[in-house]
Design a binder for this molecule. Structure first.
Ligand SMILES: [Zn+2]
Length: 219
């Protein structure tokens, strides 16, 4: 698996600090389980964070230390990092943080069709969670309506692939979008694209079809 798309540095820092809500933290953990680059980035963030804490009462670190580290992580090329996926033995199609949330594998899911070519299945989150986790299965060639976001949105591809203005997203790739982004993904794989989406607020579709679809799809 060649992973090209990773969480933003800010998202990784929030994850390391324990500041991501449950659904987002689960998706980032699932990506990191498959991604050596983010495993290394996380270690570096924790090292810098620990060093910052150690120096609170001693000589202050350069105030730009963290930024320099993060920009270095951003500038690393994806080709340097090809990681095997770490899966549960019984469910090779799911990273462990997601496998915990499903009784079976992806083939055992009772998908609910919510629109032509689009099925979904909610994943459990705790009552206190302010985010939602939803598995989506989207048929080849299906174009998801153009939409903006009510807040942060993370998407992790598990099977198949899709394209949008940010590139091609294949298994292991994570799309890290904020509320200012609008995009229109289209599934370009011969098999359905299965992905899991973490959202914090209802998605705002722009066109009529999308507005009709939104309460049905419910993400
Ligand atoms: Zn990564």
């Amino acid at each position: 698996m060649k992973i090209v798309h990773h969480p933003d540095s800010a998202t990784l820092v929030s994850y390391a600090a324990g500041n991501l809500d449950e659904g987002f933290a689960t998706l980032v953990a699932a990506h990191i389980a498959s991604c050596e680059k983010c495993q290394a980035a996380l270690r570096e963030i924790e090292r810098v964070g620990g060093a910052l804490l150690d120096t609170v009462d001693a000589t202050p670190m350069s105030p730009t230390a963290l930024e320099r580290t993060l920009s270095r992580l951003d500038s690393e090329t994806a080709d340097e990092h090809r990681a095997p996926r770490t899966n549960g033995e019984k469910r090779p199609d799911l990273p462990a943080p997601l496998a915990r949330l499903l009784k079976g594998g992806l083939d055992d899911i009772a998908w609910k069709t919510v629109a032509p070519g689009v099925s979904k299945h909610p994943l459990p989150v705790s009552r206190a969670a302010r985010s939602r986790l939803t598995l989506l299965k989207i048929a080849p060639g299906t174009k998801v309506p153009d939409h903006g976001h009510g807040g942060m949105e993370l998407t992790l591809v598990l099977k198949g692939s899709y394209c949008d203005a940010f590139g091609r997203f294949a298994p292991g790739d994570l799309a890290d979008l904020d509320e200012h982004v609008e995009h229109q993904p289209i599934v370009d794989s011969p098999e359905p694209c299965v992905c899991v989406v973490a959202t914090e607020a209802p998605t705002r579709f722009k066109n009529v079809f999308g507005r009709i679809l939104q309460p049905i799809v419910g993400i």
